[in-house]
Design a protein around this ligand. Structure first.
Ligand code: AHG
Ligand code: MN
Ligand code: MN
Length: 364
């Protein structure tokens, strides 16, 4: 094998740490533990049926429905376990929270406690697992409130209620044809590819940048009857293509695995919408703020893209619940800003009236 001059994840972290001469090294060790969990999950995913990994979680083994009321896959549960086991012992964390755990996870008494909080979606897109479509893990790192770090007390939900701007780092692993780790420690967004021979994440994408413009959008169109008028307007204009107000044709993609859509958008631009809609009054949006919208939003913004609720910047939202759902729009900056503009404009009832559809009022 030729001498590979690429940086490993460890080398990248060491280099980044030089920006903070007083840093303890806890943070780097934490990221490496997260990466180890992701590598373990990548192996579990790769074995699929051979490893007995497909299908739903066995209810007898501790419940088959998570706090969201969603059926847990075997791999949801296994991935959650990898995250907790790999990260509970190192002394870097005050606590964890996960899509698959109702309440915050306490660091067991036999392990030291630290100053960070880890929040994660252990397996995003897991409804795709049985059909062998890309899935991934999403994580966000926050600082524990000072009082928690000082006292070492158990964490409570409110300790995690920090806006996305407070994230120290965020990232995701994508288990696709190759396994990748995309990470931001607040200094841009970078991508690593898992070298299957070395078992190391190698820096392959040192400067991820989301193009500001795009002709590709992603939305679950089966929800269109529940969309709010600004979203309907945006999608209608994309669908109208060259002959519509946008004056260009658009492509549509929907993988139903947000982490895979986020990755596509990081690689070549695009816009993703899972907006607030009227499908279920109890659920303002489908995706969860703390472990889906905020970490993906952080990476997007670090890569020059934008993340929003459609109305306000995602990273400014003050969380009020561990599993709170929210409308999510992210990707190419100019498209996300356009969607925000449409939300800010007064609702124009004429939009749904064909009599007025051609008026210059609607030309943008
Ligand atoms: P999860 O598998 O962690 O529950 O998240 C699935 C999410 C997301 O990945 C995807 O974009 C969305 O659900 C798919 O929703 P639809 O089923 O409405 O397409
Ligand atoms: Mn998810
Ligand atoms: Mn999940």
């Amino acid at each position: 094998m030729p001498l590979n001059k690429r940086f490993t994840l460890t080398q990248y972290l060491i280099q980044e740490r030089r920006r903070f001469p007083g840093a303890s090294g806890d943070f780097n060790a934490l990221i490496l533990d997260v990466a180890l969990a992701c590598k373990a999950i990548a192996r579990a995913v790769a074995f699929g049926e051979l490893g007995g990994m497909l299908g739903n979680h066995d209810a007898d083994a501790g419940g088959a429905v998570n706090v969201q009321g969603e059926t847990q896959k075997k791999l949801d549960v296994i991935s959650n376990r990898y995250f907790t086991v790999m990260n509970e012992w190192g002394g870097h964390l005050a606590g964890m929270a996960s899509e698959e755990m109702d309440a915050p996870y306490q660091i067991p008494g036999e392990h030291p406690r630290g100053k960070y909080l880890l929040v994660f979606d252990p397996l995003d897109g897991s409804s795709n697992i049985d059909v062998n479509v890309s899935v991934g893990s999403i994580f966000s790192i926050l600082r524990a409130p000072q009082a928690v770090a000082d006292s070492g007390r158990d964490v409570v939900e409110a300790d995690f209620f920090q806006p996305g701007t407070e994230q120290v780092a965020a990232g995701y692993a994508l288990y696709g044809p190759t396994t990748m780790l995309v990470l931001s420690v607040g200094n841009g967004a970078v991508g690593f590819t898992l070298d299957p021979n070395l078992g190391e994440f190698m820096l392959t994408h040192p400067h991820l940048q989301v193009p500001a413009d795009t002709q590709e959008f992603a939305i679950n169109a089966s929800n269109s009857r529940f969309w709010e008028p600004p979203v309907k307007r945006y999608v209608d204009e994309c669908l109208a293509g060259k002959t519509g107000p946008r004056g260009k044709d658009f492509n549509m993609r929907w993988i139903a695995s947000m982490v895979a859509e986020a990755h596509r958008i990081l690689m070549r631009g695009g816009v993703f919408l899972y907006p607030r809609d009227s499908k279920d009054a109890a659920k303002p949006g489908r995706l969860r703020l703390l472990y889906e919208a905020n970490p993906i939003g952080f990476i997007m913004e670090q890569a020059g893209g934008r993340a929003s609720t459609g109305i306000v910047p995602m990273l400014g939202v003050q969380p009020t619940g561990l599993h709170q759902r929210i409308g999510l729009v992210f990707g190419s900056k100019n498209e996300v800003e356009r969607i925000e503009r449409y939300h800010a404009e007064p609702i124009r009832v004429e939009l749904n009236n064909p009599l007025f559809a051609e008026r210059s009022l609607f030309r943008v």
